[in-house]
Design a protein. Structure first.
Length: 163
């Protein structure tokens, strides 16, 4: 159905086409892409770190977001259903866990923060705690080794441990 048909169907008491909810995330992706592109214009580095500079990746992400958002908004898949309430709650809790991760990372440090968020996510998606917690600790340690030893990137130790 087109949007005019949706309006007519709603006026007649019928349910509108299920395509409109899929256009909303597309529009959100376009807005996020534009925001990422505008933010990338503010990057200013006193030295060139590589031939393309620090703006290349944010511009690439902005273009990918805008193109995928336009595609989603113009060509929604009519067969897609919204997730059930329990899945939406889990998605909200997962997003909250990542927000909490960004807040506690400077205080608890990379290893403990990453272990806690991965353990919480594994529990959220029905992992057995006696398997999820050791796996979370192992993943946090493996990521720490990757960033610190292989890539030589410093990670936060945590203000809690610096006192």
């Amino acid at each position: 159905m087109t949007s005019r048909e949706d309006v007519a169907a709603t006026a007649n008491g019928e349910k509108p086409s299920p395509e409109w909810p899929e256009r909303i995330p597309g529009a959100v992706l376009v807005v996020l892409g534009v925001a990422a592109g505008l933010e990338a214009t503010t990057f200013d580095v006193a030295f060139l770190s590589d031939p393309v500079g620090p703006k290349a990746l944010p511009y690439l992400v902005a273009v990918a977001l805008i193109l995928s958002g336009i595609h989603q908004a113009l060509r929604p898949d009519p067969g897609t259903r919204w997730p059930e309430r329990a899945a939406l709650v889990r998605m909200g809790l997962a997003s909250s866990a990542f927000l909490g991760y960004t807040l506690v990372l400077p205080w608890l440090g990379f290893l403990l923060s990453t272990t806690l968020v991965v353990a919480a996510l594994s529990h959220l998606f029905f992992a057995v705690p006696r398997r999820g917690v050791p796996a979370a600790a192992g993943l946090a340690f493996a990521l720490w080794l990757l960033f610190v030893w292989v890539l030589a990137l410093p990670l936060p130790v945590g203000r809690l441990w610096m006192r």
